[in-house]
Design a protein around this ligand. Sequence first.
Ligand code: FAD
Length: 310
Amino acid sequence: AFDVLVVGAGPAGAAAAVYAARKGIRTGIAAERIGGQVLDTMAIENFISVPYTEGPKLAGGLEQHIKAYEVDVMSLQKASKLIPAKEPGGLIEVQLENGASLKSRTVILATGARWRQMNVPGEDEYRNKGVAYCPHCDGPLFKGKRVAVIGGGNSGVEAAIDLAGIVAHVTLIEFDSQLRADAVLQRKLASLPNVRIVTSALTTEVHGDGQKVTGLTYKDRNSDEVHRVDLEGVFVQIGLVPNTEWLKDAVALSPRGEIEADFRGATSVPGVFAAGDATTTPYKQIVIAAGEGSRAALSAFDYLIRLPAA
Ligand code: FAD
């Protein structure tokens, strides 16, 4: 059995594994893809102390860092169930989709999240070529350009306000007949001169010239008329879905499915900690996930040294 078993190997899981292994305790890490969302990213300009890097390179760095220590790395493994210990300090079980079962005295959940996609033509083709999901990450790449934000909930309206300060013009497109964001955000948005709000609109296609985005079309849901908007960027803000479906019956989740974790990364289950995008932590970012992963590992170690001697 492990002392620390990390599930997920994005920035949060990788940091947790490195911190745990450096304590000289038996550490394992099981994940579908080493690197996580970082693998889907191109330019990264906000991982502090690295002015510019690219997703695949950073993901390679995460893997190299894990493998620099004595860590049992199990990649291409999907966890399907967590079974808490029968008695305090007992072994926690993580079952894998392939039928195997792993046991550990502590578990760190770092399974991340995925952005909900529009699933329209052009979205996949122009991902990282104008189609973006993270305004904190990619906003500055569109300085002086025209963008659309898809989604009028809090994250969409926050993104539009944020981007309006950087880009030339923002078109906010909402499917419903009204925005769903908090009133204070809507008032702020309405006060901005370079934002146009379009409601009752279904985005139907992202257009490009083969290299990068050149526009999008949406259908007016009242008149069925189709409109084209010329622009350089599309920020999709229709939801970030935590990869926690497999944990539903095991640990406390928020109404959005995020793992409830406290400021030490502790979950509702003793010995089970969590970090990164899968949790209730605000602001989903690489540097934050990595910080939380290291913190969760230190919390797990702290938990272990307090267990009665076996
Ligand atoms: P993730 O990176 O999502 O990693 C989750 C890990 O868990 C993966 O290893 C995955 O395979 C694994 N996993 C999931 N489910 C299971 C399961 N059931 N069993 C086993 N393993 C599982 N942030 C920035 O700071 N700067 C940027 O420039 C930036 N750009 C981005 C661009 C894009 C296109 C995207 C999608 C995100 C971007 N982000 C950026 C956000 C950043 O990537 C995330 O905040 C960060 O990767 C979260 O780290 P994490 O370790 O919590 O989760």
